[in-house]
Design a protein around this ligand. Sequence first.
Ligand SMILES: [Zn+2]
Length: 565
Amino acid sequence: MRTSIKQLVALSAATLSCVAAQAAPAKRPRLVVEIVVDQFRSDYLDRFDDLFLPAGRGQSTGGFRFLRERGADFSAARYPHFPLFTAPGHAVVSTGGYPYKTGIVGNDWYDKSARSPLYSVSDSGAKVVSDDASSKAKPMSPKNLRSSTLGDELKMATGGRSKVVTLSLKDRTAVLLGGRLSDASVWFDDSTGRWVSSDFYCKTGQLPAWVHDINERKIPNSNFGQNWVGSLPSAVLNRGWRPTGAPPFDHPIHGLGSQFPHPVNGGQTAPSSAYYKAWVLTPWANQFVLDSAQQAVQSEGLGKDEVPDLLAINLATNDYVGHAFGPDSPEMVDITVQTDKQLSKLFRFLDRTVPGGLANVTIALTGDHGVVPLVEDLAAAGFRAKRIEESEITTAAQNALVERYGAGKWILDYVEPSLYLDTDALKAAKIDPEEAQKVAARAVAALDGIYTAFTATQIEDGRLPNNDIGMRIAKGYYPKVSGDVMVITEAYHFIEGSPFSNNTTHGTVYSYDTHVPILLNGFGIRPGVYREEVSPADIAPSLSQILGITYPSACDGKPLAAALR
Ligand SMILES: [Zn+2]
């Protein structure tokens, strides 16, 4: 049989195209996984490195060391804005933009038109979507976020074919990581122990079936009455810097007590809201979030086809533990080491589940802010360190305004980090608001432990010092949202409501709050240790480059080009 030239050409063309199809490298990852470990300081990676699983490969893939040693490790990442809270930090990660553009200037702020404090993601026009009628969760949406997110841009770029799923114990992080076009954004309802969402995401008024199935299993209840015991020998858990030698505080933490072993029952005889508030501080809660994320991958088919999907997860437990016990506590050692094991489990699952394994997945991990060491420990060692009661701030400002302008309630509220003056009352009394801001700012700045206070007028006119703090203020102020006087503490000082509800916190302009890891791994990433100063705002444009999509609308960050293939 003779083969014609035409047939030969057709045959070889077919063979060639077949070879090309096999050999052509994928242009995009199948799945992008963003992990924000809440309150995760950069130094944790080094301090606990010897306790982490080896980097490994395939079904022996580790956690943090896998990300660092087989990926790009940016060891000098710092947030350049102020204040360092969860909502602004997550908006930076998801949009690549700072509060001056995203409008997310705090976890909360004060709404002068409604004359009441406003939670960053609350939306009275939305409805809670829960499968438990007893839910006391409040309605949430991204309506106050003035930017698209990476997930939004991915949905737009693929005509909606990409899937975007976000999960967190915290509503604000699930919402701010998700944005407006997310397919499923769910958060934990500590009134019921179940995942909930909002009708902003669940247009049918029902949770996705896989979420409902998880809820029906009542997984959080299975730990009721157990103790959280440290998973490592006492000498290892107690390796932190503790000059006071003992827990220096005595604040009630949901019945957990101040030392291992921590009874997890919320002081109750059966699972209830008090129990769930205690449970979220345990490693079981992080495992629940990550197991639910695995279910999302399976049920939503994330990474299944060549259209890239996005899974974004916040691990809030690390933050709760830091607030309760501090960065040098045995609990911080334990939760970080357990997080490492839990991440390893997720990565091994992805390696088995996504076609082509982890090579077809891009992983980005960071923190949303750090945390102040316990001021009791610092003070015991001779550092200038203390808590400042919020009432000191409002009283100083109010007294100064009364002294200058006479009797009146001139302050509406202090919502960290800003004082809000009663502009209507000032106007009615024909008082120049700019001058009133100055009077309040001077009084607050004079307080012990306060570094300085900036007025809104000063910020809007660009009259800020040409230094690190001036830059942070400029990046953290949104004219229609921010307050009238922004308050900056000295290092190792923080302002807290009365009575103090946390043993330590975050939010300041200093290194312990601003320095977080950025770890990139997998598809499109060039492994290595990178020591140039970068920002978590660079994550969104880097992932946008890998995905070949437009940057989120408020993006300020720059691609981490050295680490991109
Ligand atoms: Zn946080």
